[in-house]
Design a binder for this molecule. Structure first.
Ligand code: NAD
Length: 375
């Protein structure tokens, strides 16, 4: 049983899918581990550390030809072509809207698993890559905002006079938003937050922030059984937008994190709202890669508007590559461990396991996940 840790080919990706810690654990389960040369460098893990943990350093092609291939991002066309038929390939597959890539994975004969489709049940918490990465993204968003903001965040009473605390507004209170609230509070900002899920109100208040939302009947019903946000009616969106517009005009920092699974990110901050903010204010859009919550946000860039407002769309967890990789690698290990028969030290996938069913996109040359079956 050879586990391959492939290098990431996307130049913006800095994370790596394994660490020396998880390499040792895989070897402890009877696996051989082959790490692509340089795969960990951007995450602060040189080849020598992987070697010291017991891995072989190989070419990326050899890592991609393993029985189990671990990656951060979905393999591109060339990487997909290098997969062995019957191998398992595990990554954040981003399958929505990328049918061609899912078909190519199926064509390779490999079984592709999308870690982000892991059910949010107790047993799988340790495998929850969305949470492990979103938590760091929320933290880093506030650090980025503070770095771009030309003023101090906490109130300071100094002999030269008082500096007011920054007003920070967090939009979307999932895992990332909660960590953003906590980080903003630690840095001394006055924090408010909004979400379409009623359950978040109490969570916001428990972190010492104030909740801002139109709390009508639709709002009270607005949560799916899975605990995710659902698309709101146009009437609700209009009422909420009006409330948010007056609120945003008074904010120094806005961090947006709103996502709806399988759909483009909701547009929450319009160009007019951005224009209503004071010069020097900062917006950080964590949903920028999924279409963006903020009009004018650009992935990978910090945009400065005509009225001097900065909109940060830079990729986020990738600048916490070491911590993000450490947690992601543990998430992967926890899942792969369930696919191994420890007594025989061999792969033994239980295709009926709910974690396998929920995450497996392709198998035996075909797409098998019900959400992505060809029409
Ligand atoms: P997410 O990344 O899908 O979305 C971020 C937030 O944006 C959500 O809170 C969502 O309600 C909000 N949002 C969507 N549209 C919005 C809009 N128009 N305006 C304002 N906010 C909007 O969310 P997430 O971080 O993945 O968390 C989703 C849920 O999963 C939460 O209930 C969370 O507590 C739960 N969760 C459960 C587990 C577990 O049980 N293992 C682990 C992590 C998260």
């Amino acid at each position: 049983m050879l586990i391959g840790v492939a290098a990431e080919t996307d130049p913006a990706e800095t994370r790596v899918a394994a660490t020396p810690e998880t390499v040792k654990k895989f070897i402890g389960l009877g696996a051989e581990v082959a790490v692509a040369q340089g795969a960990g460098v951007k995450a602060g893990v040189p080849d020598a550390e992987f070697q010291a943990a017991g891995a072989r350093i190989v070419s990326n092609a050899e890592a991609l030809g393993a029985d189990v291939v671990l990656k951060v991002r979905r393999p591109d066309a060339a990487e997909t072509a290098a997969l062995k038929s019957g191998a398992l390939v595990i990554a954040v597959m981003d399958p929505y809207g990328h049918t061609d890539a899912v078909e190519a994975l199926a064509g390779s004969g490999a079984s592709a698993f999308a870690m982000e489709l892991m059910p949010r049940i107790t047993r799988a918490q340790v495998m929850d890559v969305l949470s492990s990465q979103a938590n760091l993204a929320g933290y880093r968003a506030v650090i980025d905002a503070a770095a771009e903001y030309g003023r101090a965040l906490p109130m300071m009473m100094t002999p030269a006079g008082t500096v007011p605390a920054a007003r920070m507004f967090i939009m979307g209170v999932g895992v990332a938003g909660l960590q953003a609230i906590a980080t903003g509070r630690r840095l001394g900002a006055i924090v408010t937050a909004t979400d379409v899920r009623p359950a978040t109100k109490e969570q916001v208040e428990s972190l010492g922030a104030k909740f801002v939302a139109v709390e009508d009947e639709e709002f009270k019903q607005a949560e799916t059984a899975g605990g995710y946000a659902k698309e709101m009616s146009d009437a609700y969106k209009a009422k909420q937008a009006a409330l948010i517009a007056t609120h945003i005009a008074k904010q120094d920092i806005v961090v947006t994190t709103a996502l709806i699974p399988g759909r483009p990110a909701p547009r929450l901050v319009t160009a007019d709202m951005v224009r209503s903010m004071r010069p020097g204010s900062v917006l950080v859009d964590l949903a920028v890669e999924r279409g963006g919550n903020v009009e004018m946000a650009k992935a990978g860039e910090v945009v400065t508007t005509e009225n001097g407002v900065k909109i940060v769309g830079s990729s986020n967890v990738t600048r916490l590559a070491a911590t993000a990789s450490a947690l992601y690698a543990r998430n992967l290990f926890a899942f792969v461990e369930t696919l191994i028969d420890k007594a025989n030290k061999a792969l033994a996938v239980n295709w009926d396991d709910e974690l396998v069913k929920a995450t497996c996109l392709t198998r035996g040359g075909a797409i098998v996940h019900p959400a992505f079956l060809p029409k």
